[in-house]
Design a protein around this ligand. Structure first.
Ligand code: ATP
Length: 202
């Protein structure tokens, strides 16, 4: 899978729909301080399922919505669209029926976030898993933000291990194991309850 396009609408400083074409090779984003370069990278992380407002440099997730200026009023929602080339068919089975995969996330004030994959409502967890399995995602070590290198050098072994696991594409497996363990616990509780009932009947 390859990222081919990012479109931002009402996201942070990008009030009007803005498209970034991600061509083969290296894509550079240059501009004066404060023009929105970091906002672009944050939009990429956000559409892949980032759920920590702090990682978006905000106090709450709705802070990603265009807050207004002297000349333009604030918006009610923010949307980011990420287009992926899936001709190599590396997307997980539930997203793998087309050559192009279009993922969108929209946040509306007082409503919250909603995700879509190729126009269909999709759970946040499935979007996060899609990118985790592809060794990318909101916490991908491929996205290097300012200050991250020194953080990595000074990180405790446990945090450093998490970064390596993310790079190896196995963090999605941990999430699945956790969910399987919860299901197992639920099944054990149900079995114990059945045992109690059987005992009472005997
Ligand atoms: P630098 O080169 O200094 O790191 P940059 O190009 O990375 O800057 P960003 O940090 O991406 O710039 O963008 C900062 C700009 O985004 C600021 O002008 C800030 O006011 C604006 N901004 C951030 N959040 C919002 C929002 N919710 N609504 C409107 N503008 C916003």
């Amino acid at each position: 899978m390859r990222f081919t396009k990012l479109r931002l609408t009402g996201f942070k400083s990008f009030v009007d729909p803005t498209e970034l074409v991600i061509a083969d090779g290296l894509t550079g984003v240059v501009g004066p301080n404060g023009c929105g370069k970091s906002n672009l990278l944050e939009a990429l992380r956000w559409v892949m399922g980032e759920n920590r407002a702090k990682a978006m440099r905000g106090g709450g997730m709705e802070d990603v919505i265009f807050a207004g200026t002297d000349k333009r009023s604030a918006r009610n929602y923010a949307e980011v669209l990420l287009l992926l080339d899936n001709t190599d068919r590396l997307a997980p089975a539930n997203f793998n029926d087309q050559d192009v995969l279009e993922v969108t996330r929209r946040i509306t004030r007082d409503v919250g976030s909603a995700y879509k994959a190729n126009g269909k409502e999709t759970r946040a967890r499935d979007i996060q898993m899609l990118f985790a399995d592809a060794s990318t995602g909101a916490h991908s070590p491929a996205l290097v933000r300012q200050g991250m290198i020194s953080e990595l050098i000074n990180a405790k072994p446990k945090s450093r291990r998490r970064i390596l696991e993310e790079a190896a594409g196995i963090s999605g497996l941990y999430q699945r194991r956790h969910e399987a363990e919860l299901k197992l616990k639920g099944a054990e509780t149900n079995l114990a309850r059945v045992d109690d009932v059987v005992e009472q009947l005997d």
